[in-house]
Design a protein. Structure first.
Length: 309
């Protein structure tokens, strides 16, 4: 069995049908059926249950697909690595970011594009769970996110470059007149605020941080809305519905005319931020250089990234 046959098998497994798989592979259906039969004969196992219109993987087929996808990915990465040895930095760099970290990207990308004009970017946005899936599938190479990263994959699978921590601030409607001349508030004042918090079914670290800070100051926040979208929360605040506590960097993405930001006088809690990538996996040259651009300019020595031998 060779890599070509493994590609055939994986395509059939994905499409669950010989006809569609053959079309994707730009070949006729009979030769593809023969290749599948040869693979099963060579292995001495049945790879698909053929009941009904769709082909369903057997247990042996599931195992082979898992191994085959890994081998094909490793082969593809090896080819990219070899080709990049003598090439300039170019191509598409696919990265992901949570909404609350988007503000960290524009200046980095603008600076990176000045230095490497043949590199283009593809950016995915979502919560930790979604971005973790994209990272595991190699649809993206890097993620900029709040820490800890709450993906399904175990945390030890990722390498993390910590970025400067981000202080929390209070965000209120600009229309709240009694705070028009204020630049800061004390935590106890938040006890009277209707609260909006950022939370999803799978990611809730920031929500927990805010609630815990309120409890340390002797009160339970009056949470009137939990929401998975930063933009929606900002829209609700702009309409005067309530307030929230967000990392300060989030505010650079929203006009100060619709909401007002207040520092917190008597609490110093921070949101940790980092850029993450999969350990022991090939990183494109552009991905390595983009990670390097996030380093503290005062730091000495190069950023050392894992490279396959």
């Amino acid at each position: 069995m060779d890599l070509r046959q493994l590609k055939y098998f994986v395509t059939i497994a994905q499409e669950e049908q010989i006809t569609r798989a053959a079309k994707l592979l730009n070949m006729e259906q009979p030769p593809l059926s023969r290749q599948l039969k040869q693979m099963e004969e060579e292995l001495g196992v049945t790879l698909f249950d053929r009941n009904g219109k769709r082909l369903k993987l057997t247990d042996a087929g599931e195992l082979l697909r898992e191994k085959a996808e890994t081998l094909l990915l490793q082969f593809d990465e090896a080819m990219k690595e070899v080709k990049e040895r003598e090439q300039a930095v170019q191509g598409v760099l696919s990265i992901g970011s949570v909404v609350s970290c988007i503000s960290l990207l524009p200046k980095r990308i603008e600076s990176f594009r000045r230095r490497y004009p043949h590199t283009t970017f593809k950016i995915a946005e979502g919560d930790h769970f979604y971005l973790g899936e994209l990272l595991d599938k190699r649809s993206i190479e890097l993620v900029v996110a709040r820490l800890p990263f709450e993906a399904m994959t175990r945390s030890t699978a990722y390498q993390v470059l910590p970025l400067p921590s981000d202080p929390f601030v209070v965000v209120i409607p600009s229309a709240w007149a009694r705070y028009s001349d204020r630049r800061s508030v004390r935590m106890q004042e938040l006890a009277d605020f209707p609260f909006l918090t950022l939370k999803t079914d799978k990611t809730h670290r920031m929500h927990q941080q805010v609630v815990s800070a309120c409890k340390r100051h002797g009160f339970e926040p009056d949470i009137i809305c939990e929401c998975s979208s930063v933009a929606i929360i900002m829209s609700l605040i702009a309409e005067g519905i309530g307030a929230t506590v967000f990392p300060k960097s989030v505010m650079s993405s929203f006009p100060s005319t619709i909401v007002k930001m207040l520092d917190i006088e008597d609490a110093d809690f921070q949101s940790d931020v980092g850029i993450l990538w999969l350990k022991d996996r090939y990183l494109s040259k552009s991905a390595q250089l983009f990670i390097d651009s996030f380093r503290d300019p005062e730091a000495s020595g190069p950023l050392r990234l894992p490279m396959r031998e």
